[in-house]
Design a protein around this ligand. Structure first.
Ligand code: ADP
Ligand code: MG
Length: 360
């Protein structure tokens, strides 16, 4: 029903390309996060999808039907696209009750009272706010207000729900509760959801797939585990999850996507991306990166990789060390025991990921 397809979508403001050749395919019922730093074009992409902006080029289709295709003069208006949108600011009317806020889009469209009431009740039930129908938004907490905004979007029975940093205004504790509320909603309804955030932990916790965006382009779209374990490029490796990317220039390829890499006196067994493994020109250059995650690094006196502890922070349950290698690079490492600053340690690395570091 709500397959969403974007093909080579471009949008400029003056000379500035806010969205650059973006292609995305989202399946019916999928929960996709659009993740990227502030200013990378996330909101613009959502507005293009919703119909508030017209692309300069490319095609947007909903359920196989083109809704924006400038080359063929197609531009379907936002109402006819029927996508529900929830913004960071709730934009509720303070003088109207919760029920009236939720039902307002139906009032505007001239639906009768009985039908309105039925749909309001259903939408409020979906976000577990029935007891608050007669309250004013000013009497509600931030999380409850955001649920009212979600109910107001659901009342139109949209084909998909677009959320633009909906939790950015809430405190950390409430954010977690609301993340769970959105996930429960998704599981219950099976709605297609596109969730915009600049918070990688939030994207990881919630989405089936994450599209990582940077300077108007999608760098990689994949399941959270894949993004974390096999980042396609330097930007994704650095933006998603903790770890370090080290430049390397000596890789020996084994079979089945494995290789060994020299780092100081140590030989590290790692996984290698297909593109690099199958391209010997690329391997001979000096633009490969080794992405290391802290879970794969152990403090061990027998380790041939040597370094000294720069920093030690207790995370509750474990410590995070920053270890400076003899080659001067710094690695994050989890440890069960506190370490002294300046202490010499050996490290063992059980896994890594080798990819092309060249930025395009
Ligand atoms: P994000 O949501 O990822 O923070 P935006 O999509 O809001 O990013 O903005 C991307 C870029 O496009 C920014 O540099 C922003 O200043 C610019 N931009 C967005 N909307 C407009 C507009 N209506 N006019 C001019 N520039 C805009
Ligand atoms: Mg934005």
């Amino acid at each position: 029903m709500a397959d969403i397809n974007l093909s080579r979508i471009t949008k400029s403001f003056g000379d500035y390309r806010a969205v650059n050749q973006v292609s995305l395919d989202i399946a019916d019922g999928e929960f996709v996060a659009l993740l990227g730093p502030s200013g990378c074009g996330k909101t613009t992409l959502l507005r293009l999808l919703a119909g508030f902006e017209e692309p300069d080029g490319g095609v947007i289709s909903l359920g196989g039907q083109a809704v924006a295709d400038p080359a063929n003069r197609v531009m379907v208006n936002p109402e006819a696209r029927n996508l529900g949108i929830v913004f960071q600011s709730y934009a509720l009317w303070p003088h109207m009750s919760v029920a009236r806020n939720v039902g307002y889009p139906l009032e505007v469209r001239g639906l009768g009272r009985a039908e309105r009431d039925a749909r309001i009740a259903k939408a409020l039930a979906t976000v577990a706010l029935e007891p608050y129908a007669d309250r004013n938004p000013t009497e509600l907490s931030g999380g409850q207000r955001q649920r009212v905004a979600l109910a107001r979007c659901l009342v139109m029975e949209p084909r998909a729900v677009l959320l633009d940093e909906p939790l950015a205004n809430l405190d950390v504790h409430l954010r977690e509760t609301m993340q769970q509320a959105f996930l429960d909603f998704h599981r219950r309804t099976g709605a297609t959801m596109i969730y915009v955030t600049h918070d990688q932990a939030e994207a990881m916790a919630m989405a089936d797939r994450i599209a990582v965006m940077d300077r108007g382009r999608i760098r990689q779209m994949a399941a959270p585990e894949t993004l974390y374990r096999e980042p396609a490029d330097h930007m994704v490796a650095g933006f998603v999850g903790a770890g370090a990317v080290l430049p390397i220039d000596d890789v020996a390829i084994h079979d089945a996507g494995r290789c060994s890499v020299r780092l100081g006196d140590a030989a590290i067994q790692a996984r290698i991306c297909q593109k690099v493994a199958s391209n010997s020109d690329m391997r001979n250059g000096r633009d490969l990166g080794l992405c290391l995650r802290p879970e794969d690094i152990w403090v061990d006196d027998a380790g041939t990789l040597r370094g000294s502890v720069e920093d030690c922070v207790y995370l509750g349950g474990r410590f995070r060390l920053m270890v400076r290698l003899d080659g001067d690079q710094i690695l994050p490492v989890y440890a069960t025991k506190r370490a002294r600053i300046g202490e010499a340690v050996g490290l063992v690395i059980s896994d890594g990921w080798v990819f092309d570091r060249t930025e395009d």
